[in-house]
Design a binder for this molecule. Structure first.
Ligand SMILES: [Zn+2]
Ligand SMILES: [Zn+2]
Ligand SMILES: [Zn+2]
Length: 561
């Protein structure tokens, strides 16, 4: 195949209009083919798809009752959420019953405020009159419990991540000591303007746009902010979408995508780009202003100062990709085919039709969407710690992917297999904490893989970096072919800092949760002292293990479940 053309943001000869990205040689995926596909899916969508039904809601609720009887309250709650979503509408008895039963789950999980909130929510529905005394009784029990002086709010135990520094003046949720720098070797990257210590929180960033996986087995996170275990309310028209409250429902772009063919929505990249497009559309009412701004960015000029915060984030994300970037011919063809599907979907929305009316505007949208496909390669997957068996020790945790988001600042953090920060998610907020001392002026590195890497995985990760992110890692491990001498070099087992520090790793979630705040801080301090004391040996298995213990402690403390 010939070298791919650099088509992105190219204008026609002596023309002010961007070229048609589908009208070039080697076009294996003409737009007409994509059009037949998209039209077909839209036609099919009208007749297919599960409908809301009280009968199905009842069946699911009865299943949930059986799970509840086994004492599996989280699992039951998941099913009650589904039952509530399936109910014909919010006036149906089934809707109220599902919420009323969910209240019992909250009660048994000692989440009394949530229980009370569900009781009140259920009372506002057509909850059956002859069962109303149940709700009243529960309400009284909750109020009594909450009035007791020793009452401890469930949210009290949840760790809220906060920055260890003042906030950056341009980016929300970013420490003011972080700075975007640019050089030939790394392109744009992040450095610190002061020394950083292990345990400090330097990032608590929310995404510009984010998507949950469509087959969201969880049904336990808000579709907008990804919070867990809330007093959820369902989307009025579909079965798999829940929100914390009306506010999250209003903020979400789901109303734009709710009745779209399911087959279109199964691809996360497609979804993510659609949401970025919706967000851009909401942030820029004037297309010509957007076009002018994009031209500035393409020319490498600074965007004007008077942009809104959200518009600035758009600029940051846009600049993630250089328009001269070379993509393989195959990669480009695939992106172009996918871009075609997004373009055709947007053209089905009247407001996009109105906004991108002229040829000049239509072509601009083509390029913008293709550009976003490049940007989306920098998306960050959100993971939760997950363990089916809650009596098993923490070390047996798995990671479960629950969403993917575009983080305007964090996207600029480069990968290293020996990172100096670790990251995890608290709802949709990306939290980064320092895991090795970082000196003023040094670059911040995170691992692109969730959790802390272990030694044995490194060769596999190296391969995945090449395949998925198309880059050769130049960290101290990847440039050193001989890792084996490092692994068993030192024995820390005699040092109490090690033995005590590793203890949380062998606890169960329940045990870790039971620890008091000061006990947890003691373990944290111990682990940090160990990492400082033996930092010069890093990376060896035991220092990596200690980093991992810290990371897991932070994760468990931040999770609701
Ligand atoms: Zn929410
Ligand atoms: Zn919906
Ligand atoms: Zn590496």
């Amino acid at each position: 195949m010939e070298q791919p053309l650099n088509i992105l943001w190219q204008k026609g000869v002596s023309s002010d209009v961007y070229i048609d990205i589908f009208d070039i040689r080697n076009n294996e995926f003409p737009l007409s083919a994509a059009k037949i596909l998209v039209d077909g899916l839209y036609k099919g969508a009208k007749s297919s798809g599960l409908q809301k039904s009280d009968l199905n809601a009842k069946l699911v609720r009865e299943q949930a009752n059986a799970i509840f009887a086994q004492g599996k309250y989280y699992d039951a709650m998941e099913q009650y959420n589904l039952a509530m979503s399936m109910a014909k509408n919010c006036r149906s008895e089934e809707f109220g019953l599902a919420i009323g039963n969910r209240a019992s789950c909250f009660f048994n999980l000692n989440m009394i405020e949530n229980c009370l909130a569900d009781v009140q929510l259920a009372k506002g529905t057509n909850y059956p009159k002859h069962l109303m005394h149940k709700l009243n009784e529960r309400e009284i029990r909750c109020t009594k419990l909450m009035a007791k002086p020793q009452f401890k709010s469930a949210s009290h135990d949840i760790w809220e991540p906060t920055l260890s520094f003042n906030e950056h003046n341009e980016f929300a949720g970013v420490a003011d000591c972080l700075k975007i720098k640019k050089n030939d070797r790394f392109g744009r990257h992040i450095v610190t303007t002061c020394d950083l210590k292990i345990g400090q929180t330097i990032l608590v960033e929310r995404p510009y746009a984010a998507v949950p996986p469509r087959e969201n087995e969880g049904r336990m996170r808000c579709w907008y902010c990804f919070k867990e275990c809330m007093n959820f309310i369902p989307c009025k028209s579909c079965l798999c979408v829940i929100y914390c409250n009306e506010e999250c429902m209003e903020m979400s772009f789901h109303k734009m995508e709710c009745n779209r063919p399911a087959a279109l929505s199964r691809k996360e990249t497609y979804e993510l780009i659609m949401r970025m497009i919706f967000k851009i559309n909401a942030d820029f009412t004037d297309v010509d202003a957007l076009m002018d701004l994009v031209q500035l960015l393409i020319d490498g000029k600074k965007p004007p100062m008077n942009l809104t915060q959200s518009q600035k984030y758009f600029c940051a994300l846009f600049q993630l990709v250089h328009h001269h970037k070379k993509v393989s011919a195959y990669g480009l063809e695939r992106m172009r085919a996918s871009a075609g599907i997004v373009i055709l979907t947007t053209s089905r929305y009247p407001e996009f039709k109105r906004k991108y009316l002229s040829l000049k505007h239509k072509r601009f949208l083509q390029h913008l969407i293709l550009h976003l496909f490049h940007v989306a390669e920098h998306a960050i997957d959100m993971f939760e710690y997950f363990q089916k068996d809650t009596t098993a020790i923490i070390a047996n945790y798995e990671y479960r992917h629950f969403a993917r988001g575009m983080y305007p600042f964090a996207c600029y953090i480069n990968h290293s297999c020996v990172p100096n920060i670790c990251w995890f998610h608290v709802d949709d907020r990306l939290v980064c904490k320092v895991i090795r001392p970082i000196k003023k002026g040094q670059q911040i590195f995170r691992s692109y893989f969730p959790g802390q890497n272990s030694y044995k995985q490194l060769p596999i990760l190296k391969l995945e970096l090449q395949l998925r992110y198309h880059f050769e890692c130049e960290c101290m491990l990847c440039t050193n072919d001989d890792w084996s001498p490092l692994t068993d070099e030192v024995d820390f087992s005699d040092d109490p800092l090690y033995t005590i520090g590793m203890k949380p790793f062998c606890m169960t979630v329940k045990e870790l949760r039971k620890l008091s705040r000061s006990q947890i801080q003691q373990y944290e301090k111990n682990a940090i002292d160990f990492l400082v004391k033996y930092g010069r040996f890093h990376p060896v298995n035991d220092t990596m293990g200690m980093q991992n213990t810290l990371l897991i402690m932070w994760n468990v403390l931040a999770a609701r479940q």
